[in-house]
Design a protein around this ligand. Structure first.
Ligand code: ADP
Ligand code: MG
Length: 304
């Protein structure tokens, strides 16, 4: 087992952030650690990486008890902390050399730096100051420092937060690529992110694990949920007509020409809305699916 978390509880003063959390990640798996803000994801990751101690419980990484051998653990794990703290005044290459020196990897140092620069696509930016890079490139530097000592296990805390859609796609591809040879635990508060990258999803809410399933199972749960579409037409429409679109369960007018449409079932109803518009000589000015509401999924999961 690459990661084994056994009955971990964490208190910050009076506040319980993790409540008897147990899960395992097998070698080579990419597992999503999914939950809303404040669920306890970063706390769990800081404990696994040995940055803070658990109040009680055990964590084993590659069968080593993390409380017994922090130096050994740090060699096995690559960690991208939340908000990716970097040294803005350092140059990319210099910074990676600095991180590598912490791992005392002087022998193959240059080769390994070249290697992670290539993997993470940092070559064009390697001579720049970190502070002058875009957020997407800074995130690549964060991934490069996590990969520099070629660890078996990657712990990535909200690796794509704050990135624009193109950068998100690029970073997800990097993670998938790195995940081919490594065990990856990545936290996210975005359902779609877990879907895009992971084999399995562990859902945590208020410090408690509420689901631990193959990705497809979580998605079949999700698909029972309703979908909400925001649509704007070029002119007024009769509410009762919108209600006649197949699977539509609820229609709510937001402004004169703009509507929130709810529908049941798996089928994406955007094509149906679009044909409705065509049939009625309407122009669709915007058509947007609202992101799945995690809170709702949690309610669904916790109520059985
Ligand atoms: P997540 O990463 O899922 O958003 P966190 O692990 O950051 O959640 O936080 C879990 C809970 O613990 C939150 O209620 C948060 O306010 C609290 N918390 C996190 N870090 C600290 C800290 N250093 N001191 C006190 N409370 C903390
Ligand atoms: Mg967090």
């Amino acid at each position: 087992m690459s990661i084994a978390v056994q009955g971990v509880t964490k208190y910050y003063g009076e506040q319980k952030a993790l409540d008897n959390v147990s899960f395992e990640v097998k070698k080579g798996e990419i597992v999503g650690f999914l939950g809303p803000n404040g669920a306890g994801k970063s706390t769990m990751m800081r404990i696994i990486t040995g940055f803070i101690p658990a109040t009680s419980g055990f964590v084993f990484v590659n069968d080593i008890d993390i409380s017994s051998n922090t130096t050994e653990i740090k060699k096995i794990i690559g960690y991208l902390p939340e908000n990716n703290p970097l040294y803005p005044e350092m140059y990319v290459r210099e910074y990676l050399g600095f991180v590598a020196s912490v791992y005392k990897m002087s022998n193959s140092l240059k080769k390994q730096i070249d290697n992670v620069i290539e993997i993470t696509g940092l070559a064009p930016e390697q001579k720049k100051r970190i502070g002058s890079l875009s957020k997407g490139y800074r995130q690549r530097v964060g991934l490069a420092q996590a990969l520099i000592h070629n660890p078996d296990v990657l712990i990535l805390d909200e690796a794509t937060s704050g990135l624009d859609p193109n950068q998100i796609v690029e970073i997800r591809n990097l993670i998938r690529e790195a995940g081919k040879e490594k065990t990856v635990l990545l936290s996210t508060h975005i359902m779609q992110e877990a879907e895009a990258i992971c084999d399995r999803v562990i859902i945590i809410d208020k410090g408690v694990i509420v689901a631990d399933e193959e990705k497809n199972k979580i998605y079949s749960l999700l698909k029972c949920q309703k979908q909400t579409i925001h649509v704007e037409f070029n002119r007024e429409v009769d509410k009762s007509e919108l209600k006649n679109i197949p699977y539509v369960s609820k229609v709510q007018q937001i402004r004169k020409d703009s509507w929130l449409i709810e529908a049941e079932g798996e089928e994406d109803i955007r094509p149906a809305i679009f044909s409705f518009a065509v049939k009625n000589n309407l122009t669709v000015l915007s058509l947007q699916k609202e992101e799945s509401n995690l809170e709702e999924v949690f309610r669904h999961l916790t109520n059985g």
